[in-house]
Design a protein around this ligand. Structure first.
Ligand code: AMP
Ligand code: TRP
Length: 330
C-alpha cells in the first residue's frame, strides 16, 4: 500500500485498560507506519475516558500503560508527538467553542453514544453526549489531514468534517477538513466468540487478544475461537468467523492471500488456529518485551509525555487563539 507523506496526522486511544489486537491492527500499526514521512500527533485521550464510570486510582496507571504500549509498538518520540489530552487545555476549550456549532440532532445520531447510553442509562452524562465534539477539537486543533482509526470511528470523523466546514463557512477558512484513514483488511477486527460483533475489551475475556496476553493465553483464546462448521479456509468462501481469523493472519504475515490459503488449506481449522496463534505470539513477543522495559521506568515515560505536551501545546494554543479571534472572543 502506498503510504501518504507530507500530511499532518492525529489519532488517539482512551486509557481505559488493556489494548487489544483490534486497537493494534485497526489503529496503532498504521500510526507507526505514518510517523516517518508525516507530522504525527498521537494522543492519550484521558478526558474521553472519564465519560463512562472509571476508577480514579487506576486512570494514572492506565495512562502510563497506554503510553508504554504506544512506544513498545514502535512510536518514536523523536518522530511523533506523543501526549496526554488533559495536559493540553486547548482541547476542552475548543470543544466548548465547537459545541456551539454542533446541532443536537447530529449528536443524538452517534452510534457510539447510543450504545453507551443504552448500557448505562443512570450514568449517562453531558460529557458522554459531547464526546464527539471533544474528538473534533482533538483533530482540528492540529489541522490534521488524516485520522488513522478503525471503522467504528468513521461516524465521528464525518461529524468532525461537518463541524469544520460549518466553522469555515461561518467564520472564514480556518480548519483543514480531515479524512479518516482506514487500514486495508483490518479496519474492523471481529470478536473471537462472535463474528458479528467487533473485538472489544468490554466483551468476554476470551473474545479478544490483549497485547499483553501470555503465549498460553493466546493459544487458548485462538483455540476456543468460534468457526463455521464447513472446513473451507478461504478469504472469500469461508464464513465471517474464519475470514476474521484469516485477516488477522494476513496482517501479521508477509504472504499474499493465495499463498496463505495454499499454506493453510489442508489442515482444517486446527491448523489455521495453530498457525495463527504462532504468528500472533511471534509478533507480540518483541512488543511485550519492550513494554515491560518501558513500563518499569515511569520517570522516563513521564518525560516523554511532558515533552510531547509542550510541543502539542504550542501548536494547539496557536489554533485556539486564531479560532477565538475569528469568533469575536479575542
Ligand atoms: P477504543 O478502544 O474504542 O478506544 O479504540 C481505539 C482505536 O482502535 C480506534 O481507532 C478504534 O477504531 C480502533 N479499534 C477498536 N476496536 C477495533 C476493532 N475491533 N477493529 C479495528 N479497530 C478497532
Ligand atoms: N473516540 C475514539 C475511540 O473511541 C478515541 C479518540 C478520541 C480519537 N479523540 C480522537 C480518535 C481523535 C481519533 C482522533 O476510539
Amino acid at each position: 500500500m502506498n503510504l501518504p507523506s507530507g500530511q499532518t496526522i492525529l489519532s488517539g486511544i482512551q486509557p481505559s485498560g488493556v489494548l487489544h489486537l483490534g486497537n493494534y491492527l485497526g489503529a496503532i500499526k498504521q500510526w507507526v507506519a505514518l510517523q516517518d514521512n508525516n507530522t504525527a500527533y498521537y494522543c492519550i485521550v484521558d478526558e474521553h475516558a472519564i465519560t463512562v464510570p472509571y476508577d480514579k486510582e487506576k486512570l494514572p496507571e492506565y495512562i502510563l500503560d497506554t503510553a508504554a504500549t504506544y512506544l513498545a509498538a514502535g512510536l518514536d518520540p523523536t518522530k511523533s508527538t506523543v501526549f496526554v489530552q488533559s495536559h493540553v487545555p486547548a482541547h476542552t476549550e475548543l470543544a466548548w467553542l465547537l459545541g456551539t456549532l454542533t446541532p443536537l440532532g447530529e449528536l443524538k445520531r452517534m452510534t457510539q453514544f447510543k450504545e453507551k447510553e443504552n448500557k448505562q442509562q443512570a450514568e449517562s452524562n453531558l460529557g458522554l453526549f459531547a464526546y464527539p465534539v471533544l474528538q473534533a477539537a482533538d483533530i482540528l486543533l492540529y489541522q490534521a489531514d488524516l485520522v488513522p482509526v478503525g471503522e467504528d470511528q468513521t461516524q465521528h470523523i464525518e461529524l468532525t468534517r461537518d463541524i469544520a466546514k460549518r466553522f469555515n463557512n461561518k467564520f472564514g477558512e480556518s480548519f483543514t477538513i480531515p479524512k479518516a484513514y482506514l487500514p486495508e483488511g483490518t479496519s474492523r477486527i471481529m470478536s473471537l466468540s462472535d463474528p458479528t460483533a467487533k473485538m472489544s475489551k468490554s466483551d468476554l475475556d476470551k473474545s479478544y487478544i490483549a497485547l499483553t496476553d501470555e503465549p498460553d493465553a493466546i493459544r487458548q483464546k485462538i483455540k476456543s475461537a468460534v468457526t463455521e462448521t464447513e472446513p473451507v479456509i478461504s478469504f472469500t468462501k469461508s464464513g465471517p468467523a474464519v475470514q476474521n481469523l484469516l485477516q488477522i493472519y494476513e496482517a501479521f504475515s508477509q504472504l499474499s492471500r493465495p499463498a496463505i490459503e495454499e499454506k493453510l488449506s489442508t489442515g482444517g481449522h486446527q491448523k489455521l488456529k495453530e498457525s495463527l496463534a504462532d504468528i500472533i505470539i511471534e509478533h507480540l513477543q518483541p512488543l511485550q518485551e519492550k513494554y515491560a522495559d518501558l513500563r518499569s521506568d515511569e520517570t522516563a515515560l513521564k518525560k516523554v509525555l511532558a515533552a510531547g505536551a509542550a510541543k502539542a501545546n504550542e501548536v494547539a494554543s496557536k489554533t485556539l487563539h486564531l479560532v477565538k479571534e475569528k469568533m469575536g472572543l479575542a
